[in-house]
Design a protein around this ligand. Structure first.
Ligand SMILES: [Zn+2]
Length: 56
């Protein structure tokens, strides 16, 4: 079993998720190269759920 098994799309990219309000990088995830990540997650700085966008 190789890491580059055929049939799978391009390798996933590691990105950080930053709060859109305070810009704090609270989470890490992986995504497909053509995917745009935007998730609602809890921010410790804002003490509430906010939208988190991918950042590098
Ligand atoms: Zn925040």
């Amino acid at each position: 079993m190789g890491e580059q098994a055929g049939g799978w799309r391009a390798a996933r990219i590691a990105v950080s998720l930053a709060c859109c309000e305070c810009k704090s990088r609270n989470y890490k995830t992986t995504k497909a190269p053509d995917q745009v990540v935007s998730l609602k997650k809890f921010c410790k700085q804002c003490k509430k759920h906010t939208v988190h966008n991918e950042t590098k």
